[in-house]
Design a protein around this ligand. Structure first.
Ligand SMILES: NC(=O)c1ccc[n+]([C@@H]2O[C@H](COP(=O)([O-])OP(=O)(O)OC[C@H]3O[C@@H](n4cnc5c(N)ncnc54)[C@H](O)[C@@H]3O)[C@@H](O)[C@H]2O)c1
Length: 327
């Protein structure tokens, strides 16, 4: 990690013009809502709608958020936005879901690298001041030691994660070379309302809830003992807002609950909450699936006032949302 002697003057969220890439997605749309609530002057979203959903921005659009349905891998898309708006801060949430890398490995890698390189080049040329980049726990791969802190070596097991790891290195190198104000939020597995529940790109929690709500048996891949560190979306957003003014350039931070639930446990909790007693289908394990993921969130807790939503409580809120929003 590169520590600059003094943190550059960073624009506050309040009163700033902020671009959120991938802002029609799960985390991005919650972030957009929060940035508006925090008093951002103008919030702009660019999302190619690969997995984004305008419904996620319903209230934000009513508040005057500007949505560009466009692609950040195309440099001229960003040039147009920076020419048109006086952007101060960029939150880079754009990505294609991990599962897509099993279908189109090269493209998943490209999205995770081209987008951030285009942003860094614009930042280097003075188009905006601060870049908050979203990394992922997937850059660590399967745990060599647990809980995984920010010093855990990178060991990406998919091209999605390899692209994310390359992006993290790109941030650090641009900061080193050009003294940019760019830093890295590294969430672990998020869950909550608005997370994509459709098709093979859906995560375990939304797809299981959707299947049970539609009387389709849930599926377990492999023995179901693979574990993840699940954090409720609101806890992630609260953390990001508090971390924004205090992280140093090139610094990264895990955003996690420091807990571990196996896929089997998660499915069992969902089926219990929905009172489902039917069949659970056993499928072969997915090639390259990370085995276990438990983050050390000591750094996070030392830096902010971190309040954790209990997993069962977050799950109940999530289920309630899907019950009201999907068939
Ligand atoms: N959800 C999680 O559990 C999790 C965990 C760790 C890290 N993250 C990171 O958080 C960020 C947000 O993830 P998410 O869960 O909200 O994903 P998401 O898929 O819901 O949102 C990503 C958005 O990016 C858009 N997008 C994809 N390619 C684009 C492109 N080339 N140009 C413009 N938009 C594009 C998609 O349409 C989508 O709306 C990502 O960087 C992801 O790697 C998420």
């Amino acid at each position: 990690m590169i520590r600059l002697e003094t943190r550059p003057q960073r624009p506050q969220v309040f009163g700033s013009t902020i671009l959120v890439t991938g802002g029609a997605g799960f985390i991005g749309s919650f972030l957009v809502d929060r940035l508006i609530a925090e008093g951002a002057k103008e919030v702009i979203v660019v999302d190619n709608m690969f997995l984004g959903d305008v419904q996620n921005l319903q209230s934000a659009l009513r508040e005057g958020v500007i949505l560009y349905k466009d692609d950040i891998e195309i440099n001229s898309t960003l040039s147009f936005i920076f020419d048109t708006h006086n952007v101060d801060i960029v939150f880079n949430c754009a990505t294609k879901a991990l599962n897509y890398s099993f279908v189109n490995p090269r493209n998943a890698f490209d999205t995770n690298t081209q987008g951030v390189l285009n942003l860094l080049e614009h930042q280097r040329k003075g188009c905006f001041q601060t870049l908050v980049h979203f990394s992922t726990s997937e850059v660590y791969g399967s745990a060599i030691y647990e809980p995984m802190d920010e010093k855990h070596p990178f060991g990406p097991t998919t091209t999605y994660a390899a692209g994310k790891a390359a992006a993290d290195h790109a941030i650090a190198s641009y900061v080193n070379m050009y003294k940019l104000d760019a830093f890295i939020m590294r969430p672990f597995n998020n869950y909550g309302p608005r997370q994509n529940h459709k098709g093979y790109m859906a995560g375990i929690i939304p797809i299981t809830i959707w299947r049970v709500l539609n009387a389709i048996p849930p599926e377990i891949h492999g023995d179901g003992r693979q574990s993840r560190d699940f954090i409720y979306i609101e806890d992630t957003i609260n953390s990001i807002i508090q971390l924004y003014p205090i992280l140093n350039p090139a610094e990264s931070i895990n955003i996690s609950a420091d807990s571990q639930y196996s896929v089997r446990e998660v499915i069992s909790m969902i089926t219990q909450q929905l009172d489902y007693q039917g069949e659970i289908i056993q499928k072969p394990s997915r090639n390259a699936d990370v085995v276990c993921h438990r983050a050390c969130n000591r750094k996070l807790k030392s830096m902010i006032n971190f309040e954790l939503t209990e997993f069962s409580e977050g799950l109940a809120r999530t289920i309630q949302w899907y019950q009201g929003h999907i068939k």
